[in-house]
Design a protein around this ligand. Structure first.
Ligand SMILES: NC(=O)c1ccc[n+]([C@@H]2O[C@H](COP(=O)([O-])OP(=O)(O)OC[C@H]3O[C@@H](n4cnc5c(N)ncnc54)[C@H](O)[C@@H]3O)[C@@H](O)[C@H]2O)c1
Length: 435
């Protein structure tokens, strides 16, 4: 057992390896969630909590009335840097309460990652952290990075830890919803009539393409001039698996999938289009279209309502999902999920560590709370508990509570903690007492 402390939160890690077991109900439920064959999804569940740290107990009327937990999941929490610990603390309590009301019990293990892990262990992703993540049912991440580590060598930057985590867990599909909530339509920089009702899911390939392709590096060309180069490359299995996740996702939404590429110029994109079209034969109920990335960037601000589900490669997805998220106008509201074919997914807000507001109780925790809802829905197949959280967020906004980033005249300005308390009240609408 090692016990370390990271910024303002304490980190406990058990080095004892724990036996893994497959939880068939979670496996099946998750498979149904994505409509993929159960054998492709193996979610690990520990039947007994072996955690050495004392869990925070939350008691409320309905929770007390909830049935004895019938499902147990282990969650690795990676609070990270900046506002990460603040928003994770809120999301953990919400997850715990929503779960308890649905007969779910969680065991949580907090581990260091990012800049704080570099300070503690000299690397942004310590082996113990990756190992704990691999053994858990799902990973909930806050945010990493900050000015302090900006000049670290590349392999020691907090962001490198994030790439290593995604690679280590082989999470190749990144799901990023961009939904304009009716309560926040005025936060969009687009005209109300353009932004109203936007509900897009961007499915981004996460572990291939130009960010990882080889050869890459620096060198000199034939004229002796210095050059930098990268390689955009995709293999059949990489395109096929992300295409299937996208088709399954579209099937659960409005049945429309737009594949974005640059097939008029890039061979890798021509190949991408060919494979996506081939996989479409397995999904005759889904309406598939193709769009060049430059047009997609334009259409997203011209008429975003035309999109339902978008699938694209790593680099285009990086850019387009940020663009789509800005239609909603509030970076503090947007969750994401990164999924693999088996093992735990990584669930995190899309925002960074916001060093400018860290430690000031100003962070909007709702993106992380909604990431916890995605964890339940896409990671564990616990749709009911996920819905509880989504409804609670809507309810809290309907009551007029706003953090600074989404504040407008006539609403009630609250901090990160108070927003969290209000969401907890809405999850159960009973008075909550932490003991
Ligand atoms: N996945 C990640 O952990 C991740 C993602 C992006 C950036 N980063 C890192 O975060 C650090 C800061 O990056 P940045 O400033 O470009 O992006 P950022 O997302 O941290 O902040 C951008 C702006 O949005 C605000 N903001 C972000 N999240 C908010 C929230 N929940 N509530 C209220 N306001 C919020 C910030 O105050 C800031 O003004 C950098 O080190 C960057 O590398 C990490």
């Amino acid at each position: 057992m090692i016990s370390v402390s990271c910024s303002s939160h304490s980190v406990l890690s058990s080095s004892a390896s724990k036996p893994k077991s497959i939880c068939p109900s979670a496996q099946m439920a998750s498979a149904m969630q994505l409509n993929v064959k159960p054998v492709r999804l193996a979610f690990h569940s520990r039947l007994a909590s072996k955690h050495s740290h004392k869990p925070t107990r939350i008691r409320c009327a309905a929770a007390a009335a909830a049935a004895t937990p019938s499902r147990r999941y282990s969650i690795t929490l990676l609070p990270g840097d900046g506002i990460g610990p603040e928003v994770i603390s809120v999301a953990k309590n919400v997850l715990k309460l929503a779960g308890s009301l649905e007969g779910i019990e969680f065991s949580f293990q907090e581990m260091p990652m990012g800049g704080c892990a570099f300070d503690l262990a000299g690397v942004p992703l310590p082996e113990e952290t990756l190992s704990a993540a691999k053994q858990s049912d799902a990973v909930l991440l806050g945010a990493i990075g900050g000015y302090k580590w900006d000049n670290n060598e590349k392999h020691l930057k907090p962001e490198t830890g994030l790439l290593q985590l995604r690679q280590g867990l082989n999470v190749f599909a990144n799901l990023r919803p961009a939904t304009v909530l009716p309560q926040l339509v005025d936060a969009s920089t687009l005209k109300k009539e353009v932004a109203e009702g936007v509900d897009i899911m961007v499915v981004r390939e996460l572990t291939g393409g130009i960010y990882f392709g080889k050869p890459r590096g620096f060198g000199t060309n034939e004229s002796g001039e210095e050059i930098g180069f990268n390689t955009e490359v995709y293999a059949t299995h990489e395109v096929d698996r992300i295409a299937r996740v996208a088709f399954e996702t579209a099937r659960k939404r409005h049945g429309k999938l737009c594949s974005v590429d640059k097939a008029n110029v890039l061979e890798a994109s021509m190949f991408w289009r060919k494979r996506v079209t081939a996989i479409a034969a397995e999904y005759p109920d889904i309406e598939l279209s193709h769009m060049y990335v430059d047009n997609a960037a334009m259409q997203l601000v011209r008429n975003p309502k035309q999109f339902d589900t978008i699938v694209t490669n790593n680099i285009f997805g990086d850019i387009l999902s940020d663009e789509a998220s800005m239609i909603t106008g509030s970076i503090g509201m947007l969750p994401s999920a990164s999924l693999g074919a088996s093992g735990p997914g990584v669930f995190e807000p899309i925002h960074g560590s916001a060093p400018d507001i860290a430690g000031q109780d100003k962070a909007n925790p709702l993106a992380t709370v909604l990431s916890a809802a995605m964890l339940l829905k896409y990671g564990l197949g616990e749709e009911k508990a996920a819905k509880r959280i989504e409804n609670a967020v809507q309810d809290t906004l309907n009551k007029g509570f706003r953090t600074g980033d989404i504040y407008s005249a006539g609403t009630k300005l609250v901090g990160c903690n108070e927003m969290g308390e209000e969401v907890l009240k809405s999850v159960d609408s009973s008075v909550l007492t932490a003991v």
